[in-house]
Each structure stands twice: as C-alpha cells, then as structure tokens.
Unconditional design. Structure first.
Lengths: 124, 410
C-alpha cells in the first residue's frame, strides 16, 4: 500500500487570540483524530517543523547561494506533516478530510510517496 | 498519547501568569500573559504532531520559563529577575499538585485583580482573564457584553494598576480582611452570573460557577482571614450548584423549584456545602453569605416543596433584608410568605415591592404574581400577570416557560 504525506499549512499567528480552553479542546481533537488512525495503522509517522523560515540553496556557475526561505506570497507555512498509508488518493483524502486542521482554517497538501520498483521485484 | 486533565490549560496558564507576575512585578502583567499565551500556542502547534508530552503542565511551565528568560535577557530593567525566575518556576512543575508557593502566588494575583481601588466590573474582568485563564471573547460571552467593552476594561484595569501602583505582594495583616472581602464579593458575582442563566452561552456559564467555587476553595485554603465568610460563600455556591442538574428539563425548558426532580440534585455537593456551612458558624459575624447559605441549606435539605421549612425562610429573608434592603430579597420573602400563609398573603407582600422602580422590567415579579393569582383561583388576573411578564426581557427558556404557563390557564 502506498504512503502519502500530509503537509499541514497554517498561518503562524492564527491562534494568538485563542483562549486556553479552546486551545486545549483543539489539541484534544487532533489527539482523538490521531489515536483513531494510529490504532488502525493508517498513520505511520509525523513531525513538527521548526517555526520560521528555512534555507534555500541554489548553485549558479559554481557559486552556491544560501538564503532564508522559502518566501511565499501566502502567509501560510508548513507547520508539520503526517505520513499515512492509503490505497489511493481518494482514500488519503478521506483520511485527511476529518483532520481538525481543516476545521481551524488550515490547508492540507497531500502527496503520494513514489515507490521505486527495484530489479529484484517489488519495492516493499 | 496522554490525555489532558480537564481545564489544564486554563488553570495551569493562570498559575504560571501568577508566578511570572510576582517575579516581573504587577506593572508587567501584560508581559506575563504574553509569555504564557506563547507557550500555549507552542503546545498547540507541536502536540498535534508529536503527541501530548508525559507531563504537559511541566512542559508548559518550562517553555514559558525559557521564553521569559529570553525576554529578561533583552530587557535591562528586568535582567536582575532571572535568578528569581529560576527559583520561582522549577522544572518539575506538575499539574496534579500545586505547591504552597504556587497557591500563594495565585491568591496574591486574585487579591491584586480584586483590589478595591478598581471598579468592580474591572475586578471581575481582570480576575477572569488573569486568574482564571478566560479569553476576552469568553468573558464577553459570559456577561453578554461586547468584546470591545471587555477589552477596554482590561486595558483600563491594567493602567490603573500601574497608576495606583497596585502591587501583587500580599497585603499587610491589617489590610487583608478588607481585601479578602473584595475577593469574596467578586467570587459571589461570578457565581451569580453563571447561575442566573438569564441568557447566553450555557457552557461558559457553567464554567463561571465552577471557577467561582475553585477560587472560593483557594481563599479558604490559603487565607488566614475571613474564614467563616469564605466558608459561608462556598456553602452557598455548592448548595445552589447542587440543584443545577434538576433545573433544566430534557426539552431545555426551566423547572421551578416545586417541579424539580430532587433525585437529580447532587447529593455529594450538598454534603460538601453543608460541611462548609458548618465551618462558617465560627466567629461572631453574620454576613449576607451566611444568611443566603442558610436559605440554600433549608431548600437543599428539604425532602419536598411541601416539606420545606417556609416559616424559617421568611425569618431568614427578614434578616437578609436588614443587610441587603433590595427588592429581590422582598420578592423571595413574598414567595416564602405565600407558601406558609397562602397566596393572598404572598400577593400582599408582593404589592409592597411595586414601589421599587428598579424591578419594573424584571419578569419574575409579574411571573410570581401570576402564579399566586392562579393558586388563589383567579385565572383572569393570573393571565394578565403572565402577559406582563412576557413583556419583560428574559431568556428563551424562561419565555417558553411563561408561555406554557399562560396556555395552561386558558
């Protein structure tokens, strides 16, 4: 079964006005969502990415440039990602569709991890 | 992944704010609140991916502390506080047991929020915001006040704290009784707002009652002064709160005392309330909380409406009126009179209240009159009174209740 990465985009200061009780409720919802999917082995991993911009590297004419980035037009940045197992994109979308992230105005990008078929046979 | 204790964020953030404010000084209350909010947001961004940590409260304390230390390093006027902060916020903070120092910090913060130099509505807003961890929006919902008004009160309260140089340090032994009285009053008002249920968000209102009882307990455990009054207030709140489960029927309509299923009353809370009521009898001062607690105790310990000691209640309302000469007390007294001397005696007592203009738009006055006319067998006058009650502002469940009563007459 292929793996999919769920990239969770959100605005970093989206929750500055949220009350402590609301924040706890939101965390609880993520927790419930995750527990449900972990139990059935759908979620296989997840990481939070550091806030702030990362680094963009590029080499032009033997010269390597390193700049802070990426800078995008939108205020949303990737907060972190989950890795899930799903039969196909439809099923991956289904899994992500009740992620609390969408409820709170965030965006989710789903990408399938490509499985390389080696000469020895399957890529499992 | 770990589960979170109920209200952990609200209570633990209030706890850290209290400690940080003690370290920073009351003029930097905003700073303390920002630091804690940052820590909570950090948790919100991290925990969904990494799971809830083993010791969530300790995690929040540590992140807040590091953030505070960062700020202290950048601000010369605060740099000397770093060592104090290190001592004030130990690494191993856990949510389950608050240390004595933390409890003292919290009481000190409440005393500051309820400083008598601040207008009482500022005291209430500030207590909810800083000592209870409510957001401006939640306070606004609880008090049916625009959010901008609450935000303004908070800004002004903080400005007055700076202008009057109100400090968070515990007051002197001479000042303490007056200051505790002010805290008890705010707790009482919080509870009443939560209990009144005239309208608004039920969930936030239940939280108000719960917070009021939590703060009351905190005062009792940590203030050497005004213990009997604090016990009386806590008894009053618990005995009232015990009846809450029976007050709303399944269809959302209100059940008056006589119609309430007393089996739904929270017996454990009544027991606790009675214990505090017993403890309130020490000393020789009788406060309004004592009398109101005793009234609540008479109701809470009666097996039924008929079984209630109404003559005792009339007596208690008479005493209460001496301390609090308000028309609301007279209204309740009139109800008690009607129960032991009949509807006509009740109506006569009610008629005395009509002189008070402040109750002109209060729906319960004509509603009680209507009920008494009905008992007296005069359905026409009862209907007229219900009509008058419906002309007054009241919540949807109350309106539904009045309309049903009116229909039953016809």
């Amino acid at each position: 079964m292929p793996n999919y990465l769920l990239f969770l985009y959100s605005e970093p200061d989206a929750f500055n006005e949220t009350s402590p009780a609301e924040m706890q409720a939101i965390i609880q919802k993520y927790r419930d969502w995750r527990m449900r999917l972990q139990k059935t082995g759908v979620i296989v991993g997840g990481e939070k990415l550091q806030d702030g911009t990362g680094r963009m590297m590029r080499r032009t004419g033997g010269e390597t440039s390193v700049i802070d980035g990426p800078y995008t037009e939108s205020k949303e940045i990737i907060g972190g990602f989950f890795e899930i197992q799903a039969e196909n994109y439809d099923r991956a979308v289904e899994v992500a569709s009740d992620c609390p992230h969408l409820e709170y105005g965030g965006t989710i990008e789903i990408r399938e991890v490509e499985m390389i078929v080696t000469s020895a046979g399957s890529g499992e | 992944m770990n589960d979170l204790v109920d209200h952990l964020f609200r209570h633990h953030s209030a706890k850290i704010v209290a400690t940080l404010t003690r370290v920073f000084g009351s003029r930097h209350l905003d700073l303390a609140e920002d630091v804690v909010q940052d820590a909570l947001v950090k948790a919100l961004q991290q925990w969904p991916f990494k799971g809830v940590p083993e010791n969530p409260a300790g995690w929040l304390t540590l992140v807040a502390k590091n953030r505070a230390l960062d700020l202290l390093r950048r601000d010369e006027s605060l740099a000397s506080k770093a060592e104090q902060l290190e001592l004030a916020l130990p690494h191993h903070a856990s949510a389950a047991v608050a240390s004595d120092v933390e409890m003292d910090d919290q009481l000190a913060l409440i005393l500051m929020c309820c400083h008598p130099a601040l207008p009482v509505e500022y005291q209430i807003a500030l207590t909810l915001k800083t000592a209870c961890g409510f957001s401006t929006a939640e306070i606004a919902r609880a008090f049916l006040t625009p959010q901008t008004t609450i935000a303004q009160r908070l800004v002004r309260a903080k400005r007055q704290i700076r202008d009057h140089d109100i400090v968070i340090d515990p007051p002197s032994a001479d000042d303490l009784p007056v200051r505790i009285d002010s805290v008890l009053r705010v707790i009482y008002l919080l509870f009443n707002e939560g209990y009144a249920a005239t309208s608004g968000d039920d969930l936030v209102r239940a939280d108000l009652c719960e917070e009021a009882m939590r703060l009351g307990t905190l005062v009792i455990t940590h203030s050497p002064q005004r213990q009997p009054a604090a016990h009386a207030l806590l008894a009053l709140m618990m005995l009232q709160a015990a009846r809450l489960p029976a007050r709303t029927l399944k269809d959302g309509t209100l059940a008056v005392l006589a119609e309430q299923n007393r089996a739904l009353w929270d017996r454990k809370l009544i027991g606790l309330g009675m214990r505090h009521f017993g403890a309130s009898a020490e000393g020789d001062t009788i406060t309004t909380y004592h009398l109101q607690a005793e009234i609540a105790a008479v109701h809470a310990t009666a097996a039924s409406e008929e079984d209630t000691d109404w003559p005792k209640l009339v007596e208690l309302y008479n005493d209460l009126y001496k301390l609090e000469p308000t028309p609301i007390v007279l209204l309740n007294r009139a109800i008690a009179i009607s129960r032991c001397q009949g509807p006509h005696a009740g109506l006569t007592a009610l008629a005395e209240i009509d002189a008070h203009n402040s109750l002109r738009n209060y729906h319960l006055l004509p509603a009680v009159a209507a009920e008494l006319w009905k008992q007296a067998g005069d359905n026409q006058r009862a209907a007229q009174a219900y009509q008058r009650a419906l002309e007054c502002p009241c919540s949807a469940p109350e309106r539904a209740f009045l309309e049903t009563q009116l229909q039953r007459l016809n």
